[in-house]
Design a protein around this ligand. Structure first.
Ligand code: ATP
Length: 313
């Protein structure tokens, strides 16, 4: 089994009664990556994280976790993972530090300095003496991450840690995740129902829709797919496309139905593209700069899937 993947699932299935929570899900998470698991409410994200974390069992299918692929193996590697899936039970009247200290003792983790180091790592050293109840939501989330980091895990599993945070809180969590990944080599599996929240953080994405993995893609590839293009509508797309190649040496374009062409390169050469049509007496019907951003890419993906499948059937 390849250790290049810290988690690799094959054909995972899970039902709750009539509800299909996961359907033949194959997910491969590379060691060292920040894997964004994205999907609407009810898409199956938490179910996947729970299976990997041992909080529930799959009905069928297999997965490997840090090289282990059976119950005894999972038990021994789980101490090398940390997770926040359901809200950790913090005591509201105890301080941030007392709460972590409580869990350190309960888990038998040696070293009183551990808690201070964790508070520092998540940027809560100044809030150590604040009562949990008085912390902002972002601070509470970071305290949860500190708890998940106790025991120095190689894999951190976070279920919607950004949910409900204000923009500042989102930035702080992003910075923390990048620091953990880059400085501590922690592989991170993070779920979100808002794709753009994971932008600039995730190195890889898995898109879940109604229990099915609709796409798994590296962030770099996704960036290539999400970009600005020129939409040109002309009276004769075939003739215009030929001229694009011969006169402007442009080869990166797509001809679509309705005499519509998407030009994907040198989009700044707007005047050249319009002059080309004028010069050859081709009618220019529309000319518009457009952008595929992450969010509408995802909506298109989910929308397309919704027309072809229905996991709740
Ligand atoms: P959310 O963002 O809302 O948490 P999710 O993507 O994490 O959604 P899951 O929580 O994995 O989705 O749920 C997938 C489906 O399984 C949903 O339809 C949900 O209602 C259902 N489900 C999850 N847990 C249970 C349960 N314990 N009993 C019954 N149905 C469940």
């Amino acid at each position: 089994m390849s250790l290049e993947f810290i988690v690799k699932s094959q054909k995972l299935n899970k039902r709750y009664g009539e509800t299909i929570a996961l359907k033949n899900v194959d997910i491969a998470i590379k060691r060292g990556s920040i894997y964004g698991l994205v999907g609407n409410n009810g898409a199956g994200k938490t179910t996947f994280l729970k299976i990997i974390s041992g909080l529930t069992a799959a009905d069928s299918g297999t997965f490997s976790l840090l090289g282990a692929d059976n119950a005894a193996g999972y038990r021994s590697v789980r101490k090398r993972t940390g997770a926040i899936i359901e809200n950790p039970g913090f005591y509201p009247k105890m301080t941030a530090k007392q709460n972590l200290e409580y869990y350190r003792i309960q888990r038998g983790i040696p070293g009183k300095e551990t808690v201070d180091e964790l508070l520092y790592l998540v940027g809560l050293e100044h809030a150590a003496k604040k009562k949990f109840a008085s912390l902002s939501l972002g601070m509470k989330q970071r305290l949860g991450i500190a708890l998940a980091l106790m025991g120095e895990p190689e894999l951190l599993i976070l279920d919607e840690p950004i949910n409900g945070l204000d923009p500042m809180g989102i930035i702080e969590i992003r910075k923390l995740l990048l620091k953990l990944n880059q400085e501590k080599n922690v592989t991170i599996l993070i779920s979100s129902h808002i794709l753009t929240e994971l932008e600039n953080v995730a190195t890889d994405y898995g898109f879940l829709n109604k229990g099915e993995l609709v796409e798994e893609v590296a962030a770099e590839k996704l960036k290539e797919k999400c970009r600005t293009f020129l939409e040109v509508k002309v009276t004769d797309a075939a003739a215009y496309a030929a001229l694009l190649e011969t006169e402007l040496l442009c080869s990166n374009y797509k001809v679509l139905p309705g005499n519509c062409i998407h030009i994907l390169e040198h989009v700044d050469r707007v005047s050249d593209y319009s002059a080309l049509a004028v010069k050859h007496d081709i009618g220019l019907l529309a000319f518009e700069m457009k952008e595929i951003n992450l969010e509408n890419y995802y909506m298109n993906l989910i929308g397309a899937e919704n027309q072809t499948s229905d996991a709740q059937e």
